[in-house]
Each structure stands twice: as C-alpha cells, then as structure tokens.
Design a protein around this ligand. Sequence first.
Ligand SMILES: [Zn+2]
Length: 187
Amino acid sequence: MDAQVKREIPVWLERQILLRGGAVNSRPRFRVVWGGNRMRANLVTGLLEHPYQKDRWHLEMWKEELQDYEHAYVFANCPHREPAKPWCNSCFVSGGEYIDATLAIIEARIGLILRVEAMQKEALDKNARMQKDALFGREEAKKEEAVERIHDAVKDAAPITVKRSMNTPLYISADQALGTEKFRQVN
Ligand SMILES: [Zn+2]
C-alpha cells in the first residue's frame, strides 16, 4: 500500500455507513478515512500532521463534545494472534496486516461499537435508577426520622407532666394547690 496515494471510500459505502451508524446533527456518526488523507492541526506546534497510520483504513466516530471525528478502529490484523495476546509485538510495531475496508467488515465493527455503547448506556441507566431509588429511600428515611423526632419530643414532654402531677402531694387540697386557701371562710 502506497501511503502517498489518496484514497476514498465509494459514495455507496458512505451511504451504507450512514444507514448503519446513523447521524448526529445531520453528520454521519461514523466515517471511514484513509490514514494518508487524514490531517489534523497539532495544537502545540500549529502544524498539520497525520494523526493515524497512513497506509491503513480507519474508522472514526463523531464526538459532539470534541466537535470532531475521533479514531475508533484501524482496519488491520495480526495473523499470529493468540487468545491471551491480541497482537504480536512485530504487528504492533508495524501496524499489522492491511485489511480492506469492505462493507461487511465496516458493518461488523460499527455493530460492535453500537452494541458496547448500548450496554454501557443500559449500565449507566441502571446505576442512575439505583441511585435514584437510594436517594428516594433516604428521603423516606428522613421523613420517618422527622416523625420519630416529633414522637420523641412528645414522649419527652409527657413524662415531665406526669412526674409533676405525681409529685403533687395528695394531702394538699385543691385550694392549697391553687393558693385560694386564704379566701376560705372560717366559721
Ligand atoms: Zn502479528
């Protein structure tokens, strides 16, 4: 593969990618670019440079937060791949064996990314739901606690009243207790 050759995927394939991956603000979510075509300004030096391996096809995904396409996958392969070690060292250095960006391979990769994304979203939703439940549970607990505190306050108040009435000497008449004794008529 000559890295200097500018290559582009055909329009029909672009359309298939749009159908499979959808769009964000009328921009295709996924696109396949040739590494030799992809240029990006280096924010430090201000120079344009190739961000990806030049002689491979790359799958990119639109990132709304970056307002740019981000690298998602390089179409390359390590034919010496072992289960425990996804890429051998020499393929890792060389960038692996060239793979043509066919519809089947592109669709399979986009499908995988979308499935992983859906699983992550589901996990996040579940987490948010659990947090909401926990929060709701806390709110309920707070309400119960408030009711409990009111009960305690009433309970704390009640024994004092009872104690006072119990402490009232029974031999003191109501008049004595009320201080009206002096007005009693003595005949
Ligand atoms: Zn290899």
